[in-house]
Design a protein around this ligand. Structure first.
Ligand code: FMN
Length: 192
């Protein structure tokens, strides 16, 4: 992967789920920059209802890996290869925003966490690091591994490490015409 990418569209293409890792450790400064990118993410009412726990300790990391071997199929076997596992925890944040969202039928904290996680993963890609977001895991096991109180909810895990394979895959996505539409009008002109 290219270490010196500068343009955002290239970075978006570069970020992909990495499921093969080299065992080498991750420099602290690179991880700090990923956390800084997550820190700067937007959130409803600036509530920032997140905590990122970076498990570099092998005992804790292995417990998180076990939590991610989900269900009968024992999903996410590759998680064991990554030198670091990050747990993304939902915190109470700004309570009026949370309850306001629930009244509107919207889960703001989950939206907020998604944005912070994407910022984290994009920065990781810019650092030459691979990530894979994991939603399949046993939350209770993560809770026990990190000794979380009930007010803290494990929402996602992220494997982080050096990609073992350099290839950047073509993204399989719906076409832009299938996922968006214009209501034509004066707000858009045909110019670049
Ligand atoms: C909320 C969420 C949960 C995910 N959970 C898993 C998971 O448990 N295991 C896994 O291998 N990939 C998981 N992924 C990765 C997706 O499969 C992946 O992002 C998607 O297929 C697109 O591929 P790409 O990330 O390489 O662009 C998850 C992604 C998101 C956003």
């Amino acid at each position: 992967m290219n270490d010196t990418l500068s343009s955002f569209p290239k970075l978006v293409l570069l970020r992909q789920s990495v499921r093969e890792y080299r065992p080498d450790p991750i420099p602290r400064k690179r991880m700090d920059r990923c956390l800084e990118a997550a820190r700067l993410a937007p959130s409803a009412n600036n509530g920032q209802p997140w905590e990122f726990v970076v498990a570099a300790d092998q005992t804790v990391r292995k417990k998180l890996v076990k939590a991610a071997r989900f269900g009968l199929l024992k999903e996410n076997p590759f998680a064991a290869e990554a030198p670091v596992m990050v747990a993304v925890i939902e915190t109470p944040g700004h309570r009026p925003t949370r309850w306001g969202g629930y009244l509107l039928g919207r889960n703001f904290p989950l939206m907020d966490l998604g944005m912070a996680v994407e910022n984290f993963c994009l920065q990781a890609a810019a650092e030459g690091l691979g990530t894979c977001i994991l939603g399949l895991f046993v939350a209770g096991e993560v809770r026990r591994a990190l000794k979380l109180p009930l007010s803290r909810r494990p929402r996602l895990l992220i494997t982080v490490g050096w990609p073992a394979v350099e290839e950047v895959r073509i993204k399989k996505r719906r076409l832009i015409g299938e996922m968006s539409r214009y209501i034509e009008g004066k707000g858009i002109i045909n110019a670049s």
